[in-house]
Design a protein. Structure first.
Length: 276
């Protein structure tokens, strides 16, 4: 594998900057796109302290593919990949431009044999439901990167490392998912009760948070070996994998600042993390 220095020299389209922060965002319900609550306030607060990015690379839990793909169109569409919600949610449009240049640079860093450019997807709700609070003017170009759902956790962690040079080119990288995400166990009678979580949800959230702080990669990469609480919190890894991209991109000296660190509806965690 090429060194970070070699990879950095390959990333030439965007001017060099100090390393951009890195975000993992617990996106939760799509309704966060249109509701006013403490979680969207938390997103907006973080945006106030972010350097202005040249572009955004978003890894969303809602684009699962065979192989890795990067949106490369100049104007990605807003994808309403949700069902059964109020009509106002389907009226949301997030008309951020794309960045074919960023897609090409990310492809080069990953190597053309690993990542393919995509002209059909767009921005799914894992991206636009949170980005609209960070950059409401939709004036920062966005590229989405898919998750190769059939690969091991270690693959996603190692793949992310190759993308690090983008952080030194003014690119904000966002992983959008949820640490605890078990929709089959959602308690809809308490869906708006912030802080309410089953015992296993509290345990899993706390242990994942501690593993992040301790850089305990064995726990994070081998979540399926961590017992009952993890099995309940991560019944499928789609919403967990974006965190592994962030851990791969995080540098040793960087700290993790958590916000929105609350459980909701028994089996969801809104925990979000800024690394820098």
């Amino acid at each position: 594998m090429r060194s970070l220095q070699d990879l950095a020299s390959a990333s030439t389209h965007f001017p060099r900057t100090p390393p951009m922060p890195l975000l993992f965002l617990g996106h939760g319900s799509p309704m966060n796109a249109i509701e006013e609550n403490e979680f969207v306030v938390g997103f907006r607060r973080q945006a106030q302290n972010l350097p202005r990015p040249h572009a955004i690379l978003c890894i969303s839990a809602h684009w699962l593919t065979n192989g890795t793909h990067l949106t490369a169109m100049p104007a990605p569409r807003t994808i309403h990949d949700v069902y059964g919600f109020p009509p106002t949610l389907y009226e949301v449009n997030y008309p951020a431009p794309g960045s074919p240049a960023l897609a090409a640079e990310a492809q080069q860093l990953l190597s053309p044999s690993i990542a393919q450019l995509d002209m059909h997807w767009g921005l799914d709700h894992g991206a636009w439901s949170v980005l609209k609070h960070l950059f409401p003017a939709a004036d920062v170009p966005v590229v989405q990167m898919s998750i190769d759902y059939h690969r091991a956790p270690s693959h996603h962690y190692e793949l992310a490392k190759r993308l690090y040079p983008l952080r030194e080119r003014g690119i904000l990288i966002v992983g959008s998912g949820n640490l605890v995400h078990n929709l089959s166990k959602v308690d809809f009678s308490r869906v708006n009760e912030v802080g309410y979580g089953y015992d296993w949800a509290h345990e899993a959230r706390n242990r994942i948070n501690n593993a992040m702080d301790d850089e305990d990669l064995d726990t994070l990469l081998h979540y399926e070996r961590q017992g009952h609480a993890f099995r309940m919190a991560i019944p499928t890894p789609d919403h967990y994998f974006p965190l592994l991209y962030c851990m791969g991109l995080k540098q040793k000296h960087e700290s993790a600042f958590r916000f929105n660190d609350q459980l909701l509806a028994g089996s969801l965690s809104m925990t979000s993390v800024r690394f820098n």
